[in-house]
Design a protein around this ligand. Sequence first.
Ligand SMILES: Cc1cc2nc3c(=O)[nH]c(=O)nc-3n(C[C@H](O)[C@H](O)[C@H](O)COP(=O)(O)OP(=O)(O)OC[C@H]3O[C@@H](n4cnc5c(N)ncnc54)[C@H](O)[C@@H]3O)c2cc1C
Length: 549
Amino acid sequence: MTATHDVFNQSTPLEDVNLFEIDLPLKEALRREGGGWAAERVSELGEICGSAEVLRQGADANNFPPKLKSHDRFGHRIDEVEFHPAYHELMHLGFTHGIHALPWREPQIGANVARAAMFTQLTHAEAGVGCPISMTFSVIPALRHQPEVAAEWEQRFLALDYDGELRSPETKPACVAGMAMTEKQGGSDVRANTTRATPLNGGGPGAEYEITGHKWFCSAPMCDAFLVLAQTGSGLSCFLMPRFTPDGERNGFHIQRLKDKLGNRSNASSEVEFRSAWARMVGEEGRGVRTIIEMVGHTRLDCAIGAGAGMRSGVAQALHHTSSRSAFGKRLVEQPLMRNVLADLSIESEAATASVMRLARSYDESAAGDERAELFKRIATPVLKYWISKRAPSHAVEALECFGGNGYAEESGMPRLFRESPLMSIWEGSGNVQCLDALRAMVKSPASTEVLFEEIDEARGSDPRLDDFTDGLKESMTTSPETLEVRARRVVEGMALALQGSQLVRHGDPAVADAFCASRLAGDWGGAFGTLPAGTDFETIITRSAPQV
Ligand SMILES: Cc1cc2nc3c(=O)[nH]c(=O)nc-3n(C[C@H](O)[C@H](O)[C@H](O)COP(=O)(O)OP(=O)(O)OC[C@H]3O[C@@H](n4cnc5c(N)ncnc54)[C@H](O)[C@@H]3O)c2cc1C
């Protein structure tokens, strides 16, 4: 057979690269925010996650999604989920590197920063495993509300030897934690929960209960135990519900079906029913939201990290592709208008990286007793979760378009990135809920807003565009407070942009900071990516983000 044509001018896969070592903004941020001591560990994971083998596992975990096994072959109800082996490999990878546990196992400044960088590496390979890994990480502070329950479970959740089998927790080297709050009639408004908990012997914090009801979303039902919200006579309370009862029997935890979702397909998001399921109360009776919010705060941090990781994946892929492909006599990366798109995507990704790593540091500082850091993280978590997640889908679309038609084909991996991108904004509190939470922080803890602006004002005097933007924002927050709720998205977006601008002006590359201030703060920007002003230093911005392979 004679070949009909030669194949040329096509790109190559971005694989067998160290994903951390080719990510200059992340490397800088890791050191700047106190995680430099973990650079080798992050680099080791970046090497593994960038290998063709692990990237293939990520694709396989998506292409062969989990299946519900409600019964065994003899008709016994088992309520298990069967995953492709690639899913377990990725979970094992995340656990071995302690992404679910690092700041609790090795509490020190930079631990959350290092973990954020590691979470980013794993997300590049596959985002779906990030959900149970994040929940296992995040359950610890909520669990500590009930010391005797924490004493029994904490070490199981912090252990590194992931075991994907559903067995009694005493027989497992490590356990995975989940969370079940959302019900059919109310997710954001959990006060509408109807699931009921009945005490088995007296009740109260730490006591045993039987829970009956349902949850409309329960990601990762193969977790070993879940924090669950249910009503008692005193109101909504928090419980730890294991898959097995203390006598080794399967608990009354039944998986109704798995969700057929837009993305995040490797993750077995399910609908569940509890039939007199055994559980123990965690924290004060009737104060369940206050207890579980400790977990939710950390998973919100992970949403911001995950959304930023998606942006980095998109921009790295787009820069790699456009460096290899030519059109109209030049490599795409050399075409002036494409340079504008690539630089704009790079700036957005850099801003997400810088701000989210700063946020991660505040978790370390607050754990070490720094009250200002506690205030900062209180408001900066919803602010950055809102804004970075909100930017992710349009960023993913534009990165995809850099591939032209190839980006629309599944095998490029870009559709998977795109499908993943809206999720970070929805779960753990959707966009509006984040904005309202930031407003709540402003009202109930005005000191948190002060600390946020003190942080922003660390850059005062360095760039008049940032100063003017910040002044305008402050004014808008104090003018007509009765309209704040309806303006909440504008205000929270403003806080996010001012914080990102301040980080870039203080610590970032001058070309990136200049373009960020010109476009995002001073308004010299269009309605789409690729509309930076003509005088932008495209070369520097692109070179910084380019995956140098
Ligand atoms: C893939 C996936 C996995 C999930 N996994 C879990 C899980 O493991 N455990 C769990 O408990 N939940 C889980 N969830 C549920 C998720 O947290 C909720 O879907 C989310 O919090 C929104 O709640 P809802 O779906 O009930 O929407 P609703 O509460 O009905 O909200 C609908 C819309 O209204 C907006 N809204 C709500 N209140 C207000 C208000 N006061 N003002 C203005 N706008 C408002 C929201 O922002 C949203 O845009 C998961 C969701 C997804 C998609």
